[in-house]
Design a protein around this ligand. Sequence first.
Ligand code: UD1
Length: 400
Amino acid sequence: MTHSPVHVMCIVGARPNFMKAAPLIEALNGRKWATITLIHTGQHYSRAMSDLFFDALSLPKPHVDLQVGSGSHGEQTGQIMIRLEPLLQRHRPDLVVVFGDVNSTVAAALCAAKLGIPVAHVEAGLRSFDRTMPEELNRVVTDQVSEFLFTTERSARENLIREGLAEAKIFFVGNVMADTLLKHVEQARALQTRRTYGLSHQAYGLLTLHRPSNVDDPRMFKEIMAAVKELAEDVPILFPCHVRTRERLAVMPNLLGTHVGRQGIILLEPLGYLEFLSLMCDAQLVLTDSGGIQEETTVLGVPCVTLRHNTERPVTIEHGTNTLVGTSRTRIVEAGRAVLRRHHPTRRTPDLWDGHAAERIVDVLERHFHADSSESERTDSAPMAYSSSCPSHIHVQKVQ
Ligand code: UD1
């Protein structure tokens, strides 16, 4: 009796997906029972938002790039489903793996589940309890249609159970983003990217800002930037600017005033994974509205001031170095100055953020699929043949 390998299709689309997929693909590559295909939806497509990460993380070239590009939420989600469905129908993977909470995550999960293909959600169960955040809706829907819910922190299990999901589907495996960070941190430290900007160790702040609620509303954006300008009088602030935020700045040219420059706010293009990690390692203070950066600073023990009213990652506050301050100018300045006055706080790394989360995920999958495949011959899955028979709008590339 021959056993065909278990076909695992990993689907990524946006910048925060790439560092989550990398360790899982590496861990799966080491198992003979699995064959992996990697699909890029093309939600993020520019070099700075995508290619740089594939290079730094040694991710394989995607087998297929769906090239959906930018659009409204409905358009983007719909286009991903339209372009992914024929691929899933043709290749019928044994499992579709999705990551995090971006539009690509929910679109791929829904598409696969409707075809009866099991879905694994990496980073399941996180909840901000704020349904005005697009990511919260993506998280809730993705979890509801997933068969494997891989969680990063204990709060996630409680959230999933409260929403009626079965205990048996939930696996607390730890944090794959921490796997990637721990693997690259020494390389990143050695880069000393801060020197490019003439900055010393722990003598600068690092800012990221891209949530629609913070940058799309000009009043809110102004309020936050007023706080940043005030802090930039105490310490230089590096600001690698997300494309969404850069677009908003372009229509408010006077927002930063005279604060842009060597001793104030230093505006940068979006950075690669290692360069940004290097800057985080050496920063005195990180200001952000990102989800992932709250976790990365927790692992690094770098103080993080989060410019949001809620977080879906409470463990970063309980165990880590994260403080939620909201978006008022005075609160941001107070919290920022408090960090600048004291030494780095002590922290405890959350449970299972130890660099081995991806291996735990693969162990769970192996117990499930490999045991099954040993019992009976598998005939239902057709791993991708890289043929030119894909629909013409799908761009197929041979794996490199
Ligand atoms: C998306 C995710 C967000 C994640 C963020 C990380 C959703 C709902 N949001 O937000 O959770 O934290 O990615 O970056 O999925 N653009 C480019 N080049 C690109 C990609 C986008 O210039 O490669 C521009 C386009 O003008 C686009 C805008 O950025 O309209 C926003 O991109 P989009 O993918 O819609 O959302 P993000 O704000 O990046």
